[in-house]
Design a protein around this ligand. Sequence first.
Ligand code: C5P
Length: 230
Amino acid sequence: ASLWLIVPAAGVGQRMAAACPKQYLRVDSEYILDITLRRLLAALPAAGCIVPLSSTDIWWPSTNASSDGRIATCAGGNERANSVLNALQALAPTAKNEDWVLVHDAARPCVASDDLKRLLKKVGAHSVGGLLASPVTDTLKMASPQAPNTVSSTIDRRHLWRALTPQVFRYGLLRDALQGALNQGVAITDEAAAMEQAGHRPLLVEGRSDNIKITVPADLALAGFILGQL
Ligand code: C5P
């Protein structure tokens, strides 16, 4: 089975309140998207790579990645699931149902190559696929819907994980699961959720908790620190 990389980068990064989407902010003077793609392709040089981009994107041509012949682009969609499905459709002429598709957030530049390789190794023997995840360490409180600032209960965290990316699934199963979720109008925020909706049980592979998703401005300095330690 071949391996394909999809790096959805079509988000507009509203929570960042910056002048450009967060994947085009810089850490140590390099675009976050360039860092992410450079690290993924260094660890997985044989994989085909495709990046869904927003139709309003004016920054891509100034990235290093845009002049890398190994990287293709396609149109993004309104939701992340649409962006990933577009990329899967763009791969359709060459990808086979049993191929592996690795989806990784453009906004997670700190992914460690050891984590990438361990995830692929663990998933290789699995029929469906799986994701990097990190056990929850905080104590979690459920608020009451009537009083959003009041605790109604404490959630047992022993079986709770934070979903990270990469997430790796069989091409055909992921395409059908995303299409199914979109057809049913179910809101999903990662690929694993679409697989779960379709009745699959993705494998959880413990990954480093410093594989952060750049979300708020303070994450930029943190990412610079983490990248310096990797
Ligand atoms: O908004 P969030 O942080 O969940 O986005 C995660 C990733 O999905 C980002 O890399 C973003 O660019 C991408 N995305 C996308 N298409 C969308 C929304 C988000 O490719 N419509």
